[in-house]
Design a protein around this ligand. Structure first.
Ligand SMILES: Nc1ncnc2c1ncn2[C@@H]1O[C@H](COP(=O)(O)OP(=O)(O)OP(=O)(O)O)[C@@H](O)[C@H]1O
Length: 459
C-alpha cells in the first residue's frame, strides 16, 4: 500500500487502542484515536478518514451511535464495530445500522488485517476505480429501482445478505450484481446450488480435502470457500442443506476459517457469503428443518426480489431486451411482437418469473414463421393468464365439459384441476405445506399424499 490511509479508532481502553494502532500502522494506515462518542463525532466532522473502527461500549454512548452518525454524514466511510465475544446480537444490529463489518473480542489480528484491507478497498470505490458495471438487472418499475439502490448500498458492506424471491425471479442476478459493484469485483463470484451437491460429497465440495483422506481422494481438492478467496460465495437454495452440513457451515462462518477433510489445520478465508432460496426459510426453521442459529447468521440483511407479476411495467422492457439478445445469439434480425401478444404477456402470471419469460420468448421465436411474434406463438398456459385487465364481458367462460374433452379421460382432467389448486396454494405460501394444507382445508398427511399422487415434488 503506497498511499497513506487514515483511520479513526474509537475505544476507551488504551491497550486496545494501542494494539489497533500498531497493527494499522504496519499496514501503512495513520491513526487518530478518540475515547468517547462526543470527541469521535467532532473528529468525524473536522477530518476525512478512510476507515473507522469503534468499540461497542463507550463511556457516553455506543458504537451503533457512531455507525448511525457516519451513515448520516459520511456514508462512504466504512465503519466496523468491535463487539464483546460471542455477542452476535450487537454485531447484527450494527450491520443492520450500516456497519461495514464487525470484529469480536479478543481481537484476532489476522481477521483485523483482512477487515482493514476489505474496508480500504471499499473506501477506494469512491474514486475513479469504482466498478463501472452496467446494471444487469433490467426494469424501470419502482420495485426494481429500489432493489437497485439497495444493491449499490449493500455492495460495499461485508454483511451477509439473504435474498428471497420466487423461482426464476432473479435472485442469482441480484447476488452477482452485488458482487460486481463492490470491492470484491476482481475476485471470484462462485454460485453453488446447495440442493444439487450429492450429500456424501458436500463437505469436500465446501471445505476441500487432502489427498488420501478417503477412498477416491486421489489428489488435494480446494473447496469452494478457498476457491472463492477474496470474493463472494453465493449459496443458492440454502434451505436444501442437510442439518449436519448446516452445523459445519455455521462453524466455518463463525470462525471465518475452514479445515479441509484430512487437513491438520484450519485455514482462514476472506469470503463474503450471500444466500438465497425460493422457500420460506422462517417456516423451515419453525418446522425444525433449518437451524435457527445459521438462519440468524445468514439473514442479517434480507432483500426480496418481487415476482414478475407484481412488476408488470417491466414485462415490455424485458421482452424487447430478451428478443434482441436471442436474435443476436442466433445472428438473426430481432423479431417484432404484436400488441396483442405483448398484452397477453402483460396479463400472464409468470409462475416461473423472468426465466419463464425467457423460455416463452425463445420458443415463440423458434415457432414464429413471420417477422412478428403473435399470441399463438407464445403458447401461454391459459389458466395462468390473469383476467383482471379484461372487461368482464370479454372474460371467457370456461366450460368444464369442453375442457374435459381435451383430456384422455375425466380422471386426468380432475387430477389436472387438483394439481392446479394445490400448486396455486403452495406458490402462495412459498411451499409451506402446513400452511397450504390449512388453507385448502385438508390434513398435512392428506396434502402430502395428494402431492405424491400428482407427482408434485419441490424442485
Ligand atoms: N431484472 C432482470 N433483468 C434481466 N434479466 C433477468 C432479470 N431477472 C432475472 N433475469 C434473468 O432470468 C433468469 C433467472 O434469473 P436467476 O437465475 O437470477 O433467478 P433465481 O431467482 O436465482 O432462480 P432460482 O430460484 O431458480 O435459482 C436469468 O437468466 C436472469 O439473467
Amino acid at each position: 500500500m503506497s498511499e497513506l490511509f487514515t483511520a479513526l479508532i474509537i475505544d476507551d481502553e488504551p491497550d486496545i487502542c494501542e494494539l489497533l494502532e500498531m497493527t494499522l500502522n504496519r499496514m501503512g494506515v495513520q491513526c487518530t484515536t478518540a475515547n468517547n462518542v462526543l470527541s469521535a463525532k467532532t473528529l468525524l466532522e473536522r477530518k476525512a478518514f478512510n476507515i473507522c473502527l469503534t468499540d461497542m461500549r463507550l463511556p457516553d454512548g455506543n458504537g451503533i451511535d457512531i455507525v448511525r452518525f457516519i451513515q448520516k454524514h459520511t456514508p462512504q466511510l466504512p465503519v466496523a464495530v468491535i463487539t464483546a465475544h460471542g455477542n452476535m446480537d450487537t454485531a447484527v444490529e450494527s450491520l443492520k445500522a450500516g456497519a461495514f463489518d464487525f470484529l469480536s473480542k479478543p481481537i484476532d489480528l489476522a481477521n483485523l488485517r483482512t477487515l482493514v484491507k476489505n474496508a480500504l478497498a471499499s473506501n477506494q470505490l469512491t474514486d475513479d476505480t469504482a466498478p463501472k458495471t452496467q446494471s444487469r438487472l433490467l426494469g424501470e418499475s419502482p420495485a426494481i429501482k429500489q432493489l437497485e439502490r439497495s444493491i449499490v448500498k449493500l455492495a460495499r458492506s461485508q454483511a451477509p445478505v439473504y435474498i428471497t424471491g420466487e423461482s426464476g425471479s432473479g435472485k442469482e442476478l441480484v447476488a452477482r450484481s452485488m458482487h460486481e459493484r463492490g470491492p470484491r469485483a476482481n475476485s471470484p463470484f462462485l454460485a453453488v446450488n446447495c440442493g444439487a451437491i450429492p450429500r456424501e460429497l458436500m463437505e469436500s465440495e465446501f471445505f476441500g480435502h487432502k489427498k488420501g483422506s478417503f477412498t477416491g481422494a486421489h489428489q488435494d481438492k480446494q473447496g469452494l470457500f478457498r476457491a472463492a478467496e477474496g470474493g463472494t460465495l453465493f449459496l443458492d437454495e440454502v434451505a436444501d442443506l442437510p442439518l449436519d452440513m448446516q452445523v459445519k457451515l455455521l462453524r466455518a462462518i463463525q470462525e471465518k476459517a475452514v479445515r479441509a477433510i484430512g487437513g491438520s489445520a484450519e485455514e482462514p478465508f476472506n469470503v463474503r457469503i450471500l444466500s438465497a432460496t425460493h422457500r420460506n426459510l422462517e417456516a423451515e426453521v419453525a418446522e425444525g428443518n433449518f437451524r435457527q442459529d445459521l438462519f440468524y447468521r445468514l439473514n442479517v440483511i434480507q432483500l426480496n426480489v418481487p415476482p414478475l407479476r407484481d412488476r408488470k411495467d417491466d414485462v415490455a422492457l424485458l421482452t424487447h431486451h430478451l428478443l434482441q439478445k436471442l436474435a443476436a445469439d442466433m445472428q438473426l434480425d430481432t423479431p417484432k411482437i404484436s400488441p396483442a401478444a405483448l398484452n397477453e404477456l402483460e396479463r400472464y402470471s409468470f409462475p416461473g418469473n423472468v426465466r419463464e419469460l425467457e423460455n416463452i420468448l425463445e420458443r415463440a421465436f423458434t415457432l414464429c414463421d413471420t417477422d412478428t411474434i403473435e399470441s399463438h406463438d407464445l403458447q401461454l398456459k391459459h389458466d395462468a393468464i390473469l383476467t383482471e385487465n379484461l372487461p368482464t364481458s370479454s372474460i371467457p367462460v370456461i366450460s368444464h365439459y369442453e375442457r374435459a374433452l381435451e383430456f384422455p379421460n375425466i380422471d386426468d382432467y380432475l387430477a389436472d384441476i387438483e394439481k392446479d389448486i394445490i400448486l396455486g396454494s403452495l406458490e402462495k405460501v412459498r411451499w409451506n405445506k402446513t400452511m397450504a394444507a390449512k388453507e385448502l382445508g385438508v390434513t398435512f398427511r392428506s396434502l402430502r399424499y395428494r402431492m405424491q399422487k400428482l407427482g408434485l415434488e419441490e424442485d
